[in-house]
Ligand binder design. Structure first.
Ligand SMILES: Cc1ncc(C[n+]2csc(CCOP(=O)(O)OP(=O)(O)O)c2C)c(N)n1
Ligand SMILES: [Mg+2]
Length: 909
């Protein structure tokens, strides 16, 4: 007993020291917790009374400092390592668990069988362990949550984990959507009758898969922007949904290391996206080994998501653990659960139950009593939460009902669950794709699959009869939920796109000098006035509208914000103020090219995802396009996205002041590698108008699954009127823009693109005036398209040698042209070189290979040898190489034009 100022404080010195010897959470601390709390409260009150608040605060601070020295403060971001939903709050499971388990077992078998079978005769690979760990996570959702598309409802939007694809095929097989031949040909798409793609690829299986997910991190980031885009569509009145679809994203715990996975999670909390649910399959393993062998991935992710404002639901322990946890009055079980690292938990999977008894429970002898009634085998089979349908259902239900925040479910599972010796919880699990007969038998026993010994070695597929309880149940559930998933259905309507004449101002040309970026702004303004499409346009900008001179659109069409504008913008009094609105049309993404691409993809696929075609115009710094987020560009092709990508401030020398990291001369090449992308490098406003008008027609009337990449530049120059009859050439990639001087014997051709066509035009004058050469200037709008067409013809000719040959567009166009051909652009030489084999007599190419740097455009163009003088020299050289002029003319021109022949060469190695 302690007496302070006449009051008795209930503190027993012996207990103080006794408790310090034990650790926090120990039995003594628990039993005396209340006593201690009362005692401290009394001391605190006495201190306040006797010493006053100020001095009490100082005393407490001092004590807190001492406490920090022995116990660093908890960041408060994590909760104990147990299920978030307590047993008392767990809802009753609404399904027939016995039948569901049978269905799940059969799906497990076929998913495994298709991989094992494929690898018995081929080396095509595949994965068993990922789906084995997530089967319950998918099956509970398929039986009770995922809603299919129906009238006025586009269906829930589900991002399936790429490596779990065999599980989805296996279910579709049971549903009768795929047959044995498909499963037989897993990963053998070129086999007779076709097969199944390795992963979710809408390009390869357009009626089945909606979202490519296998490049890790892309599914997660796309799902966030998809959920946001769904809100945007609703806010703009573009939907008539009877209820809002949920966006579900299934991802691996290892996948969470990708910056794209977690980099945008605050968006979902900031915009209250309670229409999204993430399920992270925490099997604690990735490809090589544990995700966090020395820590706990679930706790780490919980802290991150809570910090980001998400609702976090942990599903760690299965039902059998409930009573064990309940019987632990000491707090030691929780302590043990918390102190074990993921590497330990992985070990408990591969070792027998006796090991877990000894090392997990046995660390504190009191804990052994909790499992005395269990055999070693029963201990080994204590389920993790993610394999327990009741726990998973409870989490999904809570997530579905949660309002105001996005939800993440962190479900603990076992990688390769059910594979036993063949790969359960092993470090090699991810790569496992073969099983021997003994392992197959064990798998069959464990999941009770009716396959006899004599055929088991062939891993036959098993599908219950159409009138079996299992098939009926499975179909009934999907019917009740609106239909099958995944399924991709394109029902979109045709848009009333404007004709080219709406761009009359570009076709007429203008005397005032503008850039193609400004011209694009004008095109967009015109399009926004076209009734047929104005509402469908989705301008996307990552914090660069002012750079591109598009800030006027802020006021005109508003920036989308679910909160509207809660503040008075500082520029409210100006005409072009920063205007946020609940129904704003612009997606102002901030500085995230990955997020902007995800929005582009959500918008560019809304024709399929929602049956509502929208037209994304995503304009950005071209250097931060495919170079920065190339994998998303590639995915845009796979997912069959439509729309326009506008790489602004393009050109290694046109964007002159920004230096090495900004000056882009190779995005066109990147874009050329994407099979469904049409890359263009327009020089003039009318070219831009022709390309965009035709693009709208092809994508939104003809319904071609293609998208456009246009480089835009910031150099002002004259925008001439469109010469007659060039539309076709603009679209195909090349047309004669300005013929050379007449009456000269020596002929040459200069192919120019973007603003560098000005070098070609100036070179044309110099060549005529000083060297007697008549050079035609051509505008090369798309080398890739010319090349693709040429390859197509060449291939046809090769395979049909006895039939009349076909001639490509570029060959036909240039067939009668004489002299030398030179190409010049603000891109690396490989861009024009794409057509060299089909240019009569070859193509001499100039380009901006090498790192950019800051300087004036004139000096940069001399440096990279793409200015008019360098173009003249190159043309003369190309002529000299063909013996059409003397070599001394070239040497003389080098002197005349003041070009230093010993100047450094810009490109390296
Ligand atoms: C961007 C990217 N990098 C690497 C890979 C190769 N890869 C495929 S699966 C995998 C491990 C996945 O681990 P996890 O996310 O934990 O999924 P699990 O299979 O364990 O469910 C890796 C590294 C990939 N598919 N994508
Ligand atoms: Mg994993």
């Amino acid at each position: 007993m302690l007496k302070v100022s006449g009051k008795t404080v209930n503190v027993d010195n012996k207990e103080i020291y006794g408790s310090r010897a034990g650790t926090a959470g120990g039995p003594a601390a628990n039993q005396n917790g209340d006593k201690w709390s009362e005692s401290l409260q009394s001391v605190f009150e006495l201190a306040l009374e006797n010493q006053g608040p100020e001095r009490t605060a100082k005393l407490l601070e001092k004590l807190a400092g001492q406490l920090r020295a022995v116990q660093p403060p908890s960041n408060g971001a994590t909760t104990p390592y147990v299920n978030t939903i307590p047993v008392e709050q767990q809802p009753v499971y609404p399904g027939d668990r016995v039948i569901e388990r049978r269905i799940k077992s059969i799906i497990r078998w076929n998913a495994m069988a298709m991989v094992v079978k494929a690898n018995s005769t081929t080396n095509v690979g595949g994965h068993i362990a990922s789906f084995a760990s997530s089967a319950t996570l998918y099956e509970v959702a398929q039986n009770h949550f995922f809603r299919g598309a129906s009238d006025n409802f586009p269906g829930d939007i589900v991002y399936f984990q790429g490596h779990a694809a065999p599980g989805m095929y296996s279910r579709a097989f049971l549903e009768g959507r795929l047959d044995e031949r498909h499963l037989q040909n897993f990963r053998q798409e070129l086999a007779g009758g076709g097969g199944l793609s390795s992963y979710p690829h809408p390009y390869l299986m357009p009626d089945f898969w909606q979202f490519p997910t296998v490049s890790m991190g892309l599914g997660p980031i796309m799902s966030l922007y998809q959920a946001r885009f769904n809100r945007y569509l609703q806010a703009r009145g573009l939907t008539n949904w009877k209820s809002e679809p949920k966006v579900w994203a299934f991802l691996g715990d290892g996948e969470s290391d990708e910056p794209e996975s977690l980099g945008a999670i605050t968006l979902a909390a900031r915009e209250n996206l309670d229409n999204i649910i993430w399920v992270v399959n925490c099997n604690l393993q990735r490809l090589d080994g544990p995700v966090r062998g020395n820590g706990k991935i679930i706790q780490e992710l919980e802290g991150l998501f809570r910090g980001a404002g998400w609702n976090v639901i942990k599903v760690i322990w299965g039902t059998q653990w409930d009573e064990i946890i309940a019987r632990d009055k000491s707090g030691l079980l929780l302590k043990r659960m918390e102190e074990c690292v993921d590497g330990d938990y992985q070990k408990y999977v591969v070792e027998p139950g006796s090991y877990t008894r000894k090392h997990f429970f046995g660390k504190y002898p009191e804990l052994l009593e909790l499992v005395n009634h269990l055999t070693d085998d029963q201990i080994r089979k204590l389920l993790r939460g993610g394999h327990d349908a009741r726990k998973v259902y409870a989490a999904y239900k809570a997530a579905s009902d949660h309002k105001g925040q996005p939800t993440v479910i962190l479900a603990k599972t076992v990688k390769g669950y059910g594979l036993g010796e063949a790969g359960e919880g092993k470090n090699i699990s991810h790569q496992q794709k073969k099983m021997n007969e003994k392992e197959l038998r064990e798998f069959r026993e464990r999941f009770k699959i009716p396959i006899s010994d004599d055929v088991i070695a062939e891993t036959p597929f098993y599908r219950p009869a159409p009138d079996s309880v299992e098939t009926k149940y499975l179909l009934e559930r999907r019917q009740a939920l609106g239909g099958f998933l995944p399924a991709r259905k394109v029902t979109s309507t045709v848009l009333d796109v404007p004709k080219l004449d709406c761009f009359a101002e570009f076709l007429k040309g203008s005397n005032s000098e503008i850039s193609t970026t400004t011209a694009f702004g004008n095109v967009l303004r015109i399009l926004l006035r076209q009734k047929g499409i104005s509402r469908s346009i989705v301008p996307i900008i990552p914090d660069e509208a002012r750079t591109f001179g598009l800030d006027a659109f802020f006021r005109e069409i508003g920036i989308y914000s679910p909160k509207g504008q809660l503040y008075e913008p500082v520029d409210r009094n100006s005409l072009l103020y920063y205007h946020e609105a609940k129904d704003g049309q612009i997606l102002e993404e901030g500085i995230t090219e990955a997020g902007s691409m995800a929005s582009f993809i959500a918008s560019g696929t809304s024709y399929a995802t929602h049956g509502v075609p929208t037209i994304p115009f995503y304009i950005y710094y071209s250097m931060f396009g495919p170079q920065r987020v190339g994998d998303l560009f590639w995915l845009a092709g796979d997912i069959r996205a439509k729309g326009f990508l506008l790489g602004a401030t393009s050109g290694r020398t046109t964007l002159n002041g920004e230096g090495l990291q900004h000056q882009d001369g190779h995005s066109l090449l990147h874009a050329s590698t994407i099979p469904t992308c049409l890359p263009y490098d327009p020089a003039f406003g009318y070219e831009l108008a022709v390309i965009i008008a035709d693009g709208l027609r092809r994508m939104y009337v003809e319904k071609e699954d293609i998208f456009y990449y246009l480089s835009l530049y910031n150099e002002n120059h004259a925008m001439p009127p469109m010469p007659p009859g060039v539309e076709d050439g603009i679209l195909k990639g090349l047309y004669k823009f300005k013929a050379g001087a007449e009456g000269k014997k020596i002929k040459a051709h200069i192919l120019g693109s973007g603003p560098i066509i000005q070098s070609a035009l100036k070179a044309q004058e110099i060549l005529a005036e000083r060297y007697g050469v008549s050079a035609d200037v051509w505008s090369a709008t798309s080398y890739k398209l010319l090349r693709t067409d040429a390859i197509r013809c060449q291939r046809w000719n090769m395979l049909h040698t006895t039939e009349p040959t076909k001639k490509s567009y570029v060959e036909t166009l240039l067939a009668k042209e004489q002299g030398a051909f030179v190409a010049v652009s603000d891109n690396i030489r490989t861009v024009p070189d794409q057509i060299a084999p089909w240019v009569p007599g070859g193509l001499f190419t100039l380009g901006t290979d090498g790192f950019g740097r800051s300087d004036t455009r004139a000096r940069l163009r001399r440096f990279f040898e793409v200015d008019a003088e360098s173009t003249v020299i190159a043309t003369l050289y190309a002529l000299a190489e063909k013996n059409l002029i003397g070599r001394e003319v070239v040497a003389q021109a080098i002197k005349d034009l003041g070009v230093n022949p010993e100047k450094i060469q810009p490109q390296l190695v």
